[in-house]
Design a binder for this molecule. Structure first.
Ligand code: ADQ
Length: 473
């Protein structure tokens, strides 16, 4: 589709997210067009935006490029332009080198730079202004994630008539860590501009309420915070999910079955395939996981003749130094382990640094006997839910970190503390060697959870709560 030029009309439902829900594509005739981006958030919110003839505000993904607003597939697309300096300071800097590690339990040191913060505020104001311009009177605006924490308050000051929701996709840290932030008051005030602040887990919501009370000096009651300007803000958990049925349907297609068969073949038809699927991010616990598998293979507890560990890692944030170091470390670890414990014709760790189409992922989930998801900290972790939905038989097993939001729902997984490498090795062996009856019982319970609480249910419950917020006086 090409997209229709011209400013979209004013909208009564607006999504504000760092990224637009569309990616560039080349049409057959060589001209530039747009296609819908893959990913859970877009899947969940696009139908709602379409139903309202609403608009989506976000960055197009390349720096120093101006894109005019346009209409696409029944909704407005409102690009926010960023220069390369702004990308470096607002996105790679403040968002991904300050907030990202700070909010993930400081598993890497957050860096604090005043220039980054200034730019972060400026860009948040730019997003807020775009929303203020397009939202119709009394419209609902849903702001997404840690890149835009100041948008709620900025937008409210421009447009007090709006209903504003905010959802944080990553954990909200304990007060003791949050206190490090030099701009801690501004960030709380930014978030308190929303009527509802949504989190992945009750623990995060609780951290936020406690912070409002302790640092903000606000009166609170259960999940409510009472602001100094007389408003009530609700902080509550809305655990995000996936389009479970779509993924299951995809994994059942002849194409997916064929790719899964081919994959098993290519891996030498081992007795067992262990699988990891992650963005190559330091929060995902890859160093510890690769270490655990390395020891299992070198010690002979897992025989490379019968077992393969397939790890796919999506390239991500390649401009940020910590990610470059992680990339190099994992390459080295995998190389070392394979040279020490491989057999002729058998490579125990199959590592792919690449992104895959959804169909290929569905096939991998189908083929994997044991899925290992071991983040050091994770807001939710959709990969765990995707495996449960796509592994279309009762003989699978999920090894899951206690520190992923998903652990609260997928309670039948084989739980691990990813920092405890010995404990993780034991659980991996236990998951692999458990009886068929146990595998079946656990998989069924988790499948039930993931199909009942899917992405549509997630968006529905947030928006229905936001809909029942009283109109501003
Ligand atoms: P992420 O940190 O990106 O998301 P996750 O929830 O696991 O983590 O989602 C990753 C997505 O990328 C999955 O849908 C997965 O299929 C896909 N993916 C991973 N590797 C891939 C590959 N090699 N090729 C193609 N696709 C790949 C953030 C938070 C999470 C939270 C989500 C949603 O960090 O905790 O669950 O947002 O709120």
């Amino acid at each position: 589709a090409a997209g229709t030029p011209g400013s979209p009309r004013s909208a009564d439902f607006v999504v504000v997210a760092n990224r637009l829900p569309v990616d560039r594509k080349k049409n057959k005739d060589g001209s530039q067009g747009w296609k819908t981006s893959p990913g859970g958030l877009v899947t969940a919110l696009k139908p709602v935006v379409q139903a309202h003839g609403g608009a989506w505000i976000g960055w197009g993904g390349s720096a120093d490029e101006h894109i005019d607003p346009f209409t696409f597939d029944g909704h407005g697309v409102v690009p926010v332009d960023l220069s390369s300096d702004e990308v470096a300071e607002y996105y790679e800097g403040m968002s991904n080198t300050t907030f990202w590690p700070l909010y993930h339990d400081c598993v890497e040191h957050p860096e604090y730079h005043r220039e980054w913060w200034e730019t972060y505020l400026e860009i948040n104001e730019r997003f807020a202004r775009a929303a203020a311009e397009i939202a119709s009177p009394g419209a609902t605006v849903w702001v997404q994630d840690y890149q835009l924490q100041n948008v709620p308050a900025l937008l409210r000051s421009m447009r007090p008539d709006l209903k504003i929701g905010f959802f944080l996709h990553i954990p909200f840290p304990p007060i003791e860590l949050f206190m490090q932030l030099p701009w801690r008051f501004q960030v709380i005030d930014g978030l308190l501009g929303a009527d509802i602040v949504g989190f992945q887990e009750p623990g995060s919501a609780h951290n936020f309420v406690r912070l409002g009370r302790r640092l903000g000096g606000l009166r609170t009651y259960r999940d409510k915070l009472f602001t100094t300007d007389g408003r009530t803000v609700t902080a509550k958990a809305y655990p995000i999910s996936i389009d479970s049925q779509e993924l299951l349907d995809l994994s059942r297609t002849p194409e997916a079955r064929e790719i899964a068969r081919q994959l098993r073949d290519d891996l030498g038809n081992p007795e067992r395939i262990f699988l990891g699927v992650d963005r190559l991010d330091y929060t995902k616990g890859l160093r510890h996981r690769v270490q655990a598998f390395g020891e299992l293979f070198t010690s002979g507890q897992l025989d490379p003749l019968n077992n393969v560990y397939l790890q796919v890692a999506t390239p991500t944030r390649e401009g940020v130094r910590r990610y470059q170091i992680l990339h190099r470390d994992i390459d080295e670890m995998v190389g070392r382990i394979n040279s020490q414990s491989g057999r002729i014709g058998r490579t125990p760790i199959q590592y792919r640094y690449s992104s895959y189409p959804k169909l290929a992922l569905a096939a991998m989930y189908r083929a994997a006997d044991v899925m290992v998801v071991s983040p050091l900290r994770d807001g939710m972790n959709l990969v765990a839910k995707e495996y449960v939905a796509a592994h279309d038989s009762d003989d699978g097993a999920l090894v899951l970190s206690e520190f992923a939001g998903a652990a609260l729902e997928l309670t039948q997984a084989y739980m691990v503390n990813p920092y405890d490498v010995n404990g993780m090795k034991n659980q991996i062996l236990r998951a692999a060697g458990d009886s068929h009856a146990n595998h079946a019982r656990r998989m069924r319970a988790m499948r039930k959870q993931v199909f009942k609480h899917d992405i549509e249910a997630w968006a529905g419950s947030f928006l229905s709560d936001l809909g029942s917020v009283p109109d501003p006086q």
